[in-house]
Design a binder for this molecule. Sequence first.
Ligand code: ADP
Ligand code: MG
Length: 269
Amino acid sequence: MSLRQMNYSALRPASSPHLPLPPLHSTAPSRNAVTENIAIEGHNVSYAITTNQGKFVPILKNCSLRIPSGQLWMLLGPNGCGKSTLLKILAGLLKPTDGFVYVTKPKSYVFQNPDHQVVLPTVEADVAFGLGKVNLTRDEIKSRVARALDAVGMLEYLKRPVQTLSGGQKQRVAIAGALAEACKVLLLDELTTFLDENDQMGVINAVKDSLESSKDVTALWVTHRLEELEYADGAVYMEDGRVVMHGDPSSIMGFISSKQSSYIDQINS
Ligand SMILES: Nc1ncnc2c1ncn2[C@@H]1O[C@H](COP(=O)(O)OP(=O)(O)O)[C@@H](O)[C@H]1O
Ligand SMILES: [Mg+2]
């Protein structure tokens, strides 16, 4: 079975051995010479909610991760395992019940649905929107917007109305908005969910290219699509509210494949 065809629902979190987290350093090759610059760190992060009936429901359990600066990492795992909750905690949108979080600033969280993010009529105005907070001349704004759109391959769309763009193009404009604000960390939640394959590749490549051109921008990309792992410098694999594995993409791919085949052996025995 190819990894492309793998289905997380066939994996059984309850029976999975919880592998200890490797020492908190990346095993992934670094694009930068300096690997010790950490852009994102979570240490024993837990998050729980209390229902209206007063029941305590743990959602994240002692999650630890460490992501070096300048890299593209993926956060993977089956639906409902806690990826979005962890990402929102890293973005500062939710407060952890326990544990410690560090994320280099400025940071930006990009939504899953592009229509929840892009707000202004033209691409240019949209990307310039966040720059209103900073004291810049018109020329500086123009040049930052152009550079950011160029990084995501959308410069030729500068004057276009946003509503004429495809979903993937809107996501790329949202990423350009974060780049124009000089964000050092991009927290990207399942950006390719609503996209066709073409648009999906466009968004992943835009993130890759912008990391290549800036060197010190770090991205954490949440996905449930295993095939996206091939674009990553490193990955974090979660199940049932826990970080099960953390490291280089090929080890994570191997781990998921071996779980899949042991599950198939079990149901065939
Ligand atoms: N505010 C909330 N109230 C109740 N349950 C929640 C809340 N937020 C998340 N959950 C539950 O926590 C689990 C993890 O959710 P989520 O982080 O969205 O997972 P993922 O992004 O991996 O699909 C799911 O079972 C979800 O139903
Ligand atoms: Mg989610």
